[in-house]
Design a protein around this ligand. Structure first.
Ligand code: HMG
Ligand code: MG
Length: 301
């Protein structure tokens, strides 16, 4: 597909994980659960609730086990959780996770800073996860960070992204989510990336995970939608960032993506009104203004 827009897009809501992981004040478990439940009620079909990472590295996610144990999983919603290694995977499964996501980087330095190992070592760790996931019939999603630039190394080539992405895809990850971790991309770069990657991975198996640090995310999303990408990661109220990517701000706001898609006649199955309420609830709790322009405009109208 080239230059055509899809009829339907799947939104992967990463706010409860990618959004909250960057908040220094610990959000109580009941508020996290309320957020996830409100997002499900708004029609989100994929919600990333938490990550099973070291609590020393990301204290906000230290309640992952009790969060998953207390979460009432809706039948029509998938709840993938982040797992960096087999320890995280086993804890996730024990807590009731039915889907996981591994995360690698296209930048060697970011890999070291984020998960304390090289890209090759991270792939070795994921082999152990893939083996167990295959036995347990658990789908595994994969992230690749720094796809359009790295906070430590600067430019990252599309070839480097393609190398790590195709390794993850060949290992059995069903979808590769392309992380513009620090939001430095632009539509030309995003288009080039999809063109290079789709030589190795079907475009249906690629997702866009764009942070909005430089205000480029919606433009980049449109560019990749035109090349056949149909899965977009976003974060309610534009929450978040990555604690190991200095200066990284939130993902593109889910409300803004949904507003744009609905305006272009693209279905998401999401109620924008209910989504805005969920965003308002968590923004109020955090004592912050929403980062979604659509949510602010609609709330003020
Ligand atoms: P390490 O220190 O090298 O690990 O960290 P280790 O194996 O040497 O273990 C050290 C301690 O951590 C031990 O505990 C382990 O038990 C514990 P101690 O004996 O000291 O008490 N440990 C764990 N605890 C809980 N869950 C686990 C786990 N593994 C070990 N899974 C590690 C390596 C990967 C654990 C660490 O670096 C880590 O947790 N990193 C996660 C960082 C992170 O969460 N970053 C944000 C998510 S990625 C992101 O946001 C990007 C993304 O959104 C896409 C994009 O935007 O680009 C996905
Ligand atoms: Mg991210």
């Amino acid at each position: 597909m080239s230059g055509l827009l899809p009829d339907k897009v799947t939104i992967v809501e990463v706010g409860p994980r990618d959004g909250l992981q960057n908040e220094s004040v610990i959000v109580p478990l009941d508020v996290k659960l309320e957020l996830i439940n409100q997002l499900a009620a708004a029609g989100l079909k994929v919600i990333e609730p938490t990550s099973f990472v070291s609590p020393k590295w990301v204290p906000q996610m230290a309640d992952a086990l009790s969060l998953m144990q207390n979460l009432i999983q809706q039948k029509h919603v998938r709840y993938p959780v982040l797992t960096p290694n087999i320890k995280g995977f086993e804890s996730a499964i024990q807590a009731g996770a039915k889907e996981v996501a591994v995360f690698a980087s296209a930048s060697e330095t970011f890999s070291q800073k984020n998960i304390n190992c090289s890209i090759d070592e991270s792939i070795d760790r994921f082999e152990a996860i893939m083996a167990r996931a295959s036995i347990l019939n658990i789908p595994v999603r994969a992230y690749v960070s720094c796809v359009m630039g790295c906070p430590y190394e600067g430019e990252i080539s599309a070839t480097a992204v393609a190398q790590v992405s195709s390794r993850l895809y060949e290992m059995g990850c069903y979808e590769i989510s392309l992380g513009d971790t620090i939001g430095v991309g632009n539509p030309k770069l995003a288009r080039h990336l999809i063109q290079i990657l789709s030589e190795k991975i079907p475009v249906e198996n690629l997702a866009a995970h764009f942070h909005d640090t430089y205000g480029q995310a919606l433009a980049n999303i449109l560019a990749v939608l035109e090349l056949g990408v149909k899965t977009i990661d976003s974060s309610v109220a534009g929450l978040g960032g990555c604690p190991y990517a200095k200066g990284a701000t939130g993902n593109v706001a889910t409300e803004d993506v949904v507003y744009m898609l609905h305006g272009m006649g693209i279905e998401t199955g999401i109620s924008l009104t209910k989504l805005i309420k969920a965003g308002a609830m968590i923004s109020k709790h955090l004592g912050q203004q929403s980062n979604s322009k659509a949510a602010i405009a609609i709330s003020n109208s």
